[in-house]
Unconditional design. Structure first.
Length: 185
């Protein structure tokens, strides 16, 4: 299997197939990254396409000094920041978790009762502050480690660690409050 960095270097050298491979490999996770943080699915699609346009435009300046995923998610993060500034969205309004698929959180089986847990988890995730939501998604969905997330969002590693810890804590409290007195308590 060819690494993302090698594929990008092949694309820099003119190999269009290498770009196609990168695109196909990262299209799902990158689109979900935007879709879960944007209020509007059309805006998520627009930002998603903007990332790939920036990758194409920046190919001649690409340096193989960091992981490709860190680089591309850093571009995505910056686009989100620009979008937030442009429309001055309130952080509790900037996320749309309606299309969260149960496959992303495969700890839950496909039973009716557990589907209710998934539904409530979506509500709890949607309530996270924007910075915690982003850190949580980059950790859980994209699988980045703390250092990679800190590089993506231009924030120190300890801050990212705190954001993730607070996100988990808020999710735990939220879930407990949703199921107080139920079999899940």
């Amino acid at each position: 299997m060819i690494s993302d960095e090698d594929l990008m270097m092949r694309y820099v050298a003119g190999d269009i197939k290498a770009f196609e491979m990168l695109y196909l490999k990262h299209k799902g996770p990158l689109y979900r990254y935007f879709n879960r943080q944007c209020k509007d699915s059309h805006k998520a699609e627009e930002l998603y396409q903007d990332v790939w346009h920036k990758v194409i435009k920046a190919k001649d300046n690409y340096q193989n000094s960091a992981k490709f995923t860190t680089w591309v998610y850093h571009i995505a993060h910056n686009l989100l920041i620009d979008e937030y500034r442009r429309f001055t969205l309130v952080s509790s309004d900037i996320n749309d978790m309606d299309e969260l698929d149960s496959g992303s959180y495969n700890n839950f089986a496909d039973t009716l009762a557990e589907q209710d847990v998934i539904k409530q988890l979506k509500v709890c995730i949607k309530a996270l502050p924007a910075v915690q939501l982003e850190a949580f998604i980059l950790k859980q969905e994209a699988g980045f480690d703390l250092l990679e997330i800190s590089n993506i969002v231009n924030c120190d590693k300890e801050t990212i660690k705190s954001r993730i810890r607070y996100a988990y804590s808020k999710l735990k409290i939220c879930i407990k409050s949703k199921f107080k007195g139920s079999v899940y308590e």
